[in-house]
Ligand binder design. Structure first.
Ligand code: NAD
Ligand code: DAU
Length: 352
């Protein structure tokens, strides 16, 4: 049988597909619309691998999804496809609702129709794993307990609202139609192949290009960073042993302020590729106007996933960040490729 990975040409999706095929031989069909964030080059190492097929298309295309599900005897769908950048959702929310809400709705419809036609054993074993975010829970005060699965949804950005809506849809398909859905809510990921609009790759890219390192507001916002490979291993475990109808929070128990993260990246770059003038890259740090509605702190309570499924992260932040910086230093052609054209227009609009 086969798994269908939607959004598998993006950052986490492509890491997931690569990790999956490195770990076992079950075939993967990757469906991706190849928006600005999707990059087929992420999957180049799979060229000619008969276990992998790439299809360009949208999760909103129910007919296409239906053909793929039936044609490949799919046993699970892992849905990564989304518009994912908070700042873009603030400057233009509509695509977030088209993809994250309506796209998910059409995907669920196609999956429901497919599962209805399956014979009983296959229907019982089928899974729909929806990859979501901790941002649906809103923001935490400094001393507040981390997000548990029981926290109420309080999304603050259009992105978070669109992901919250998609989570609710997935839940409704479980409750109403009995679809075997599971939702995961993960904290901030970092690692190879992340588009340099997100904090960590943006800072590496700007530092190396002599540009300002923009920190929103006071830079004391807190994120709970998880290495992308750990997110992938958590998702594999949830797919294997997670209970339909359940939600699992995924996190690295690794809270850092943005200023700490940026300073650590600067120190890593100072050691690996010192600036010609001998100064630290930290000299390029610039405080800029804060993100509207900026969530102050995210933190995940990973107790349920650890207790019920025995999953724990393997990569400590310092090691993961060093690996990530090394990956960007070793893959400058990839960065040049994805930072041409439309990327430059976005940066000009966002940072002036
Ligand atoms: P990304 O923006 O790097 O990738 C998204 C991918 O989805 C791209 O390849 C894009 O082409 C594709 N896509 C967009 N619209 C599509 C459509 N209509 N049909 C098919 N494909 C489409 O995002 P990411 O950071 O890899 O995030 C993946 C998922 O994980 C998202 O659902 C996101 O909400 C969630 N998530 C991300 C993080 C994080 O830190 N990056 C953390 C928790 C959860
Ligand atoms: O928590 C999970 C979420 O993490 C995912 O659902 C999102 O898809 C993903 O983009 C990420 O959202 P954030 O908004 O937390 O990530 P981002 O990398 O955009 O920003 C991280 C922090 O850094 C945040 O507090 C904003 C700040 N920041 C970001 C950028 C791009 C800056 O200070 N300067 C910047 O230029």
């Amino acid at each position: 049988m086969t798994i269908l990975v939607t959004g598998g040409a993006g950052f986490i999706g492509s890491n997931f597909v690569l990790d999956w095929l490195a770990a076992n031989d079950e075939p993967v069909v990757t469906l991706d619309a190849l928006t600005y964030a999707g990059n087929l080059a992420n999957l180049t190492s799979l060229t000619g691998d008969s276990r992998h097929q790439f299809v360009r298309g949208s999760i909103g295309d129910s007919a296409l999804v239906g053909r793929l599900l039936r044609g490949h005897d799919v046993r699970a769908v892992i849905n990564f496809a989304a518009e994912s950048h908070v700042d873009r959702s603030i400057s233009g929310p509509a695509p977030f609702f088209e993809t994250n809400v309506m796209g998910t709705l059409h995907l669920l419809e196609a999956v429901k129709a497919y599962v209805t036609g399956l014979e009983e054993t296959k229907r019982r074993d089928f899974r729909f794993l929806h990859v979501s975010t901790d941002e649906v829970y809103g923001t935490l005060a400094r001393d507040e307990a981390p997000f548990a699965e029981t926290n109420p949804y309080k999304p603050n950005s259009p992105y978070a609202a669109s992901k919250a809506s998609s989570d609710h849809l997935v839940r409704a398909y479980r409750e109403t139609y009995g679809l075997a859905t599971i939702v995961t809510n993960c904290s901030n990921n970092y690692g190879p192949l992340q588009f340099p609009e997100k904090l960590i790759p943006l800072i590496v890219h700007n530092a190396l290009n002599g540009k300002a390192l923009p920190l929103y507001g006071d830079g004391l916002q807190v994120r709970d960073w998880l290495y992308v490979g750990d997110h992938c291993s958590a998702l594999r475990r949830v797919l294997e042993a997670g209970k339909p109808g359940e939600t699992y929070n995924i996190g690295g128990d690794n809270q850092k302020t943005n200023i700490e993260v940026v300073r650590t990246i600067c120190a890593l770059l100072d050691a690996r590729r010192p600036r010609p003038d001998g100064a630290s890259y930290a000299a390029q740090i610039t405080h800029v106007t804060d993100r509207p509605g900026h969530d102050r702190r995210y933190a995940i309570d990973p107790t349920k996933l650890a207790g019920e499924l025995g999953w724990r992260p393997a990569v400590v932040f310092e090691e993961g960040l060093a690996k990530t910086v090394d990956w960007y230093l070793g893959n400058e052609a990839w960065v040049t490729d994805v930072t041409s054209g439309a990327y430059r227009e976005w940066v000009a609009r966002q940072y002036g």
